[in-house]
Design a protein around this ligand. Structure first.
Ligand SMILES: N[C@@H](CCC(=O)N[C@@H](CS)C(=O)NCC(=O)O)C(=O)O
Length: 104
């Protein structure tokens, strides 16, 4: 079971869509640096930056960085078609957004 730390109206929604496309069991823990609560406390213990999305894989690995999470899921579950098409351009686009748009 994947555990996604995230919250409505944040970047974690794209990982929710990706997990749906992978057809894997997953659950969401409501968490964000701006939201007080048990989920956010739990998130702080596994990701000191308290950023969402943060994904815990079934074998307990903690993954941060939206682009890395999407690439991981696309490689792990090819039938999701997350990386279908021109893979070089898809990865370039993901890194472009992370490098140039997210922080801005
Ligand atoms: N480099 C991260 C950035 C994630 C990020 O900045 N997420 C925002 C929400 S969409 C966040 O958690 N911001 C709160 C904070 O940085 O304290 C990624 O690409 O996933």
């Amino acid at each position: 079971m994947y555990t996604l730390y995230g919250i409505d109206e944040s970047g974690s929604c794209m990982i929710e869509i990706a997990l749906q496309r992978c057809a894997v069991p997953w659950r969401r823990v409501d968490a964000a640096s701006w939201a007080e609560g048990e989920g956010s406390d739990e998130l702080a213990r596994i990701n000191p930056l308290k950023q969402v999305p943060t994904l815990v894989t079934p074998n307990g690995q903690v993954l941060t960085e939206s682009a890395a999470i999407l690439i991981h899921l696309g490689l792990e579950y090819p039938a999701s078609d997350l990386l279908a098409g021109n893979r070089a351009q898809i990865i370039r686009g993901l890194v472009y957004i992370a490098a140039n748009c997210y922080s801005a």
